[in-house]
Structures are given as C-alpha cells and as structure tokens.
Design a protein around this ligand. Structure first.
Ligand SMILES: Nc1nc2c(ncn2[C@@H]2O[C@H](COP(=O)(O)OP(=O)(O)OP(=O)(O)O)[C@@H](O)[C@H]2O)c(=O)[nH]1
Ligand SMILES: [Mg+2]
Length: 353
C-alpha cells in the first residue's frame, strides 16, 4: 500500500473528485490510495476491520476526509502509529498555503488554534490518565501550559481581527458615502468568482484551478451603461466548511452581509448533483453569516466548456428541481467574456431602486 491513504466517507462518494483534489492540493506528487469508508465508529471513526487492514498495510499517513473527534484522532494515532490528518487539517493547510496578507494569516491562525484547543484538551485528559507523554516532555503540566498559552493567543488574535474588521468597516463606509451600489460575487470555490471580478473591473487578481485561491477579497468599481457599481470578490465556499473557519473569516465574509446584491457564481461544467450541492452550500453559508434573502443573480459560468444543450439542461434543472427564477439566471463565460454585459444589466435590474 502507498504511503498516503485517504479515507473518504460514503456520504461524500458523489464528490470523490473534489475530496481527492483537496488532498492533492497538499500532497501534490504523492502516491495516494483512496478508500471509501462508512465512518462513525465512536472510538476510531473507522471500523475495526479497516483499522486492522491499515495496520497490516503499514500505511504511514492517513487522511480522513471528515471531522474527527479528538478522541477518535488520538485512538487512530495510537492504533496505527501513523500520521493522522482530518478534513479540517487539509482545508486549513490549503488556506495556509494561500494566505498572502496579514489579515488572512491571522484569521487562519485563529481557526487553527481554535481547532487545536479541542485536541489539546483531550491530550491533557490523556496525560492525566498517564496515557500520553507530555508536550515537550512536560507531562500533564506541559500540555496544560500549552493550552493556557493557546487560549491567550486566541484572545489576542480575536482583538487583532476585531481591529482589522473596524478598518474594513471604515473603508466600506467611505465607499458607501459615494453612494454606489455594492455587489458581492459569491459562490463555491473555483466557480470563477475572481475571473469574473477581474473581467468586470479590469483587475489582475490571482486565479487558479486549486481551491481557495482568494483569501483576501478586494473591492473595485466598474461603470456599465452609465451606472457605477462596486464589485467585491469573496472567499470561496465548500461543502461542510469547518465552522471555526467561518467564524475566523467573518470579518471578510461580512462584506457580503452589507452588499446591496450578490452574484452567485456556479460552475456549469460540473455534474448536476455538484451544481445542486454548490448552490445548497452557498445558500447555507449565506444563511449562517446572516446574508440570506439578498437580491441575487446567478451567473452560470464556464459555458465555453459545455454544449448549449447542456446549458439548457442545467437551466431546466435549476428551474424545475431547485425552483429558481430563471429570469435571474444568466449563462456566462468569465474567461471568454461571454454575456457579461447581460449579467451586469440583470444585477442593475434587481438592485433596490
Ligand atoms: N474554461 C473556463 N475556465 C474558467 C472560467 N472562469 C474561471 N475559469 C477557470 O476556473 C479556475 C478557477 O477560477 P477562479 O476565478 O480562481 O475561481 P474562484 O471562484 O475565484 O476560486 P477561489 O478563489 O479559489 O474560491 C481557474 O483555473 C480559471 O481559469 C470560464 O468561464 N471558462
Ligand atoms: Mg477567487
């Protein structure tokens, strides 16, 4: 068996490519073995059988694409004597790789620490029972000291983020004083939000096929038919985005809450089940940050990659299955600049008068 074994829970079996692409964003060149698992064992997440097979195979690295409870994490470590990572680790690591700005860096550090705190708590408990040698050889005391340090650091990061949030608010207020409507470009990661933002506002922000390229969203204005609008690029969403990340990135996501309308970007080159899941996750996330019910236009992007029959099939699906108003769906290609004028006109139409 190869070095890296990726266990994907059955509930994600419709999204295998995406789950594997998250792992590959971290282990670019490694040989990866994928297994589909049931999950849910309260002690080790994986069933006894799977754990036994992994032990026999001598796997050195196990990635579980689900959220492991601290107890399951430690039990797997103990059983397998291998490095164990879960979906949260992987997503955090991708965020770390793309964190260019100070704001993104501290938001990620906060999410990471909040996640680690739950693991350290379990380590303290185990050290007390004599099961674990301490952090830095300090036994129970070593872990507790680290826990206290981490709690203090979390408080400091929260203060720093609050400060950055105020700076964002001042910038936003200054923009709002000019009276131009704000339009947030939102949607699933890799749907083409930044490509669309760049095309509309004539910017050159980084775009790329790997998830979470944009972590430091920008605002920029553009004029269409004499109407000036401010467009805001945003951080991409994904299914089951860990809540610690949503909380840590709230200052950034808040830009969506204060926008006058949103463009929901959807990748038309995906399967219908993925299109549906991307719209559902986007709606869930908008709801969780208090931005649901906004005036919205759907940009069905990347139509250059599919036939016109396929575009019609997706439109039919959005209308009949998801009950969306097709008047507010515009098929576009952000990369080729197709139908962008129509999209912006639609946005202007839905804006509050
Ligand atoms: N063929 C085609 N590719 C596109 C189109 N729009 C975007 N892409 C490609 O899709 C990938 C993702 O594009 P981005 O603009 O970075 O997507 P994003 O939604 O900003 O992604 P994150 O910032 O990672 O959430 C890039 O490789 C783009 O070149 C399009 O209309 N057609
Ligand atoms: Mg982007």
């Amino acid at each position: 068996m190869s070095k890296v074994v990726v266990a994907i829970p059955k509930k994600y079996s419709n999204f295998m490519d995406e789950e594997v692409s998250l792992v590959k964003a971290i282990y670019n060149h490694s040989d990866i073995d994928v297994i589909v698992v049931k999950g849910g064992n309260s002690k080790t997440y994986l069933s006894r059988d799977v754990v036994k097979k992994l032990k026999e195979s001598g796997a050195r690295e196990l990635v579980v694409m689900d959220l492991l409870k601290p107890r399951q994490y430690f039990n797997l470590l103990k059983e397998l004597r291998a490095n164990v990572l879960d979906r949260m680790h992987i997503i955090l690591e991708i965020f770390v790789q793309h964190a260019g700005s100070r704001e993104a860096q501290i938001q990620i550090e906060l999410a990471k620490l909040r996640y680690e705190l739950s693991i350290i708590k379990e380590a303290v408990r185990r050290a007390k029972m004599g099961e674990l040698h301490g952090y830095l050889g300090g036994g129970e005391y070593g872990y507790e000291k680290y826990y206290t340090m981490a709690v203090r650091r979390v408080a400091r990061l929260r203060r720093e983020i609050e400060h950055l949030r105020k700076l964002r608010e001042i910038r936003r207020r200054n923009r709002e004083k000019l009276g131009y409507p704000h339009v947030a470009i939102v949607g699933y990661t890799c749907a083409g939000k930044t490509t669309l933002f760049n095309y509309i506002t004539k910017n050159y922000k980084p775009v790329g096929p790997e998830p979470f390229t944009t972590l430091n969203p920008k605002a920029s204005s553009a004029c269409y038919n004499g109407v000036k609008l401010v467009f805001i690029d945003t951080v991409g969403f994904i299914r089951d985005l860990p809540p610690q990340l949503i909380e840590a990135f709230y200052a950034t996501l808040e830009e969506i809450v204060y926008s006058d309308a949103i463009i929901v970007t959807v990748d038309a080159s995906k399967r219908l089940s993925e299109v549906e899941a991307s719209i559902t996750s986007t709606n869930n996330l908008l709801e969780s940050i208090g931005a649901h019910g906004k005036r919205a236009v759907i940009a069905l992007n990347k139509i250059d990659l599919v036939t016109s029959n396929r575009v019609n099939e997706i439109l039919e699906f959005l209308g009949s299955k998801l009950k969306l108003d097709l008047n507010n769906v515009v098929p576009i290609s952000a990369a080729k600049g197709l139908n962008i004028g129509r999209l912006v006109e639609k946005v202007i139409e839905v804006l509050p008068k």
